[in-house]
Write a protein of this length. Structure first.
Length: 111
């Protein structure tokens, strides 16, 4: 049995965009870079819980739409002088489909 959940075609998320994805195991923000890399993070900014899926994606970072905190898509850590971190989850693209790692989603902490 595969431990990956097929959530959507890659083209469902615009380049340098994001979507909130609801799975049976919870909701995560999924981001697509200009280079077609995908990343999955908790949607709440560590600062004031801003909706990261509504932020601006640049390189491998996202800027929170509320207070302009910059969060690394690779590590979930706040950049610059800001402190804090959001959880990240394994994501990949296979045959044009976005996949999320099931066991990491299952291990999420309840918000």
């Amino acid at each position: 049995m595969s431990d990956w959940i097929d959530i959507a075609p890659l083209e469902d998320i615009p380049k340098r965009g994001a979507r909130m994805v609801k799975t049976a195991l919870g909701c995560v923000a999924v981001f697509r870079t200009a280079e077609d890399e995908v990343f999955a993070l908790d949607n709440a900014c560590p600062h004031k819980a801003g909706p990261l899926a509504e932020g601006i994606v640049h390189g491998t970072s996202v800027t929170c739409p509320l207070h302009n905190w910059v969060i690394s898509l690779e590590t979930g850590k706040a950049q610059g002088n800001d402190e804090g971190q959001v959880a990240t989850y394994p994501a990949r693209v296979e045959q044009g489909r976005i996949l999320l790692e099931r066991s990491f989603l299952r291990a999420r902490t309840a918000a």
